[in-house]
Design a protein around this ligand. Sequence first.
Ligand code: CP3
Length: 341
Amino acid sequence: MNDRFLRACRREPVDCTPVWFMRQAGRYMEDYRALRQRYSLLQICAEPELAVAVTLQPVDLIEVDAAILFSDLLLPFTPMGLDFDFVKGEGPSIAHPIRHASDVRRLRVFDPRQALAHVLTTIRMLRCELADRVPLIGFGGAPFTMASYAIEGGPSTTYAKTKAFMYAQPEAWHDLCGRFAAVMSEYLVAQIEAGVEAVQIFDSWAGQLSRTDYREFALPYSRRIFEAIAGKGVPIIHFGVGTTAILPDLAAAGGDVIGVDWRLPLDEAWERIGADRGIQGNLDPTLLLGQPDRLFDAAADVLRRAGGRPGHVFNLGHGVLPNTPLENVQALAKHVHAWRA
Ligand code: CP3
């Protein structure tokens, strides 16, 4: 078994730095685009055979050291009573976004083993298919990021509706995040029982909050999830974008490895996180759209800043962009594996 990803998560020495990519399966891949001609994103997520095939595409084509379950962060919305769909070119669209405390009270805390049984089936099938080639990562959303989609109704640049709800109706906000924390904890425990070997918690938009607000409105609910899954024997990665100002707070909320974007040099980010945690990152995904020389120099800079210290998982600072050339992703993974101090 290629276990260098799991070893790095546990801050053990590795033969070379492990690498995987957020959104390593997706639109930049021809096979994925071909499948999307015939099936919607939600159909792929709902059909284990399809989700397994998409999960394996990057494992077969790129030298990645981990597979990530093909699914979507928002799948728990439907069984909670929040209908949504993906609109081409716009992203997720929630039919009736949360506006009032009564909308929050209507949300169901459901049993993931029933409502999301197909995801757990996908995980079991993947463990067989992967046959210990590389470990399988499961994932879920932190309450702040989940709440932001539920309230905005889709993507946002300012998160004004989310913050207005938080400030104007704090009790309803706490109720909402408590429900997301309960749902996510159960869902992630179920994923671990089904066989995922590591878990990533996406708090993609936590960086929108001031430090004070993160501590009051987000951290306590994220921490509940970490407490529910810590001690289950799988490493946990805690990721967010634009989190430069709140890195110590993310680490305080939980996670064996903290995922960082490209805004801070990796060594500075690691200093803020603390030497008792691993770090994942942190190349700007846009570099994959430019010249190979610059890409490799930037990757080498990330690796140099990690300095061979155990606990570094190479990744991008956010997901692979849709128009990325596959060859660049393949070459980057090779470059990371070949790199020596
Ligand atoms: O390869 C992997 O990383 C695993 C698959 C994965 C998907 N979504 C599939 C997907 C993962 C880990 C996610 C997580 C996810 N989903 C997040 C957190 C990660 C992040 O980006 O910070 C969020 C915020 C979502 C919600 C979501 N899903 C949005 C906002 C969008 C639209 C944005 C876009 O890129 O178009 C999606 C769609 C989505 N989920 C795609 C994929 C591969 C796009 C491809 C398609 O439409 O076929």
